[in-house]
Design a protein. Structure first.
Length: 309
């Protein structure tokens, strides 16, 4: 059944957005269509000073979690346009499926704005296995996992009817504060529990009882840089810490029972340039046991704090 709901949380953010220093650190997380002059290669390598922060003032922003509605169709589709990299797939069918789940899914707006700033939802891969879009997602992931042992294990997990698996879709704009993560994730799992309880009490087929969750996580990592000593020797500098597009997904990665990582760019070229150097774009295919979700949400809350209601 469809449940109308709305949850409101508040954050204090800077009126002018991120400082130049923050933009340089988080540059790889920007949307690929946006061009940030601070992240564009140039001959000026000056590090921004503390003066960049002086003109910023704090304002209160109201974030709203809503159930999905039909008006979210086009913006939801836009968030998912690169979900399977450059692979063509029935994205329209998949978006219709997400929006039809009115009792599960956290769709994010700001100050009652009609625009969608992100969403977190889940789809039962077994319940909707006949859908073309679901078949395309599964086939894409199986094709992407090139290691035979990992592919066989993944195929077993996604086809195990005795242990239903839910596909988590975690998409939002890069400048949404990470402090929102605890609320949006805890809210999703709370609504999953409510939907499951309602299904059982009403005698409906149980759609939201999951043994595992599947998440495609995205992050960037600096390239290996060779430090030239002399003509006879080259020394490889250590890799910097990876930067997740959605920072809380690092916690999912640490709790995953299955993890296969692949590079987006098949030609071994950096995806973008930042003050940290050339960055490569990776994705991890994660399977997370449902019995770890409670601890994951607690870890996310500890790592990122939360909003005030």
């Amino acid at each position: 059944s469809w449940i109308q709901r709305e949850e409101i949380f508040f954050f204090w953010v800077t009126e002018k957005g991120m400082s130049k220093r923050q933009a340089s650190e988080l540059g790889p997380l920007a949307d690929e269509k946006e061009v940030d002059p601070d992240l564009t290669p140039s001959t000026d390598k000056t590090v921004p000073s503390d003066e960049d922060d002086e003109d910023e003032t704090d304002i209160q922003v109201q974030f709203e979690f809503n159930a999905p509605v039909q008006e979210d169709y086009h913006m939801t589709k836009n968030f998912l346009k690169n979900y399977l990299d450059t692979e063509g797939w029935n994205i329209s069918e998949f978006v219709d499926l997400l929006i039809s789940q009115g009792n599960v899914g956290e769709f994010l707006r700001i100050d009652s704005n009609e625009d969608l700033f992100g969403f977190l939802s889940v789809v039962n891969l077994h319940r909707y296995e006949s859908f073309e879009s679901i078949q395309q997602i599964k086939n894409f992931l199986l094709k992407t996992i090139t290691d035979t042992e990992h592919r066989n294990e993944f195929e077993r997990l996604i086809n195990d009817k005795e242990n239903p698996i839910g596909l988590l879709i975690n998409e939002r704009m890069s400048n949404i504060p990470p402090e929102l993560a605890p609320k949006i994730h805890s809210s999703l799992y709370q609504h999953i529990t409510w939907a499951k309880d309602e299904e059982e009490s009403e005698g409906f087929p149980v759609v939201y009882n999951f043994s595992n969750y599947l998440l495609i996580s995205t992050y960037y990592e600096p390239s290996k840089k060779e430090v030239k000593g002399n003509k006879r020797s080259k020394q490889t500098a250590p890799l910097e810490e990876r930067i997740y597009v959605n920072p809380e997904e690092e916690i999912y990665s640490k709790n995953a029972s299955f993890n296969f990582t692949y590079k987006i760019n098949r030609y071994d070229l950096p995806t973008r340039w930042t003050l940290l150097g050339d960055m490569f774009h990776y994705r991890s295919i994660l399977v997370i046991p449902a019995n770890r979700v409670e601890d994951i949400v607690k870890e996310i809350s500890t790592a990122f704090g939360g909003a005030s209601e």
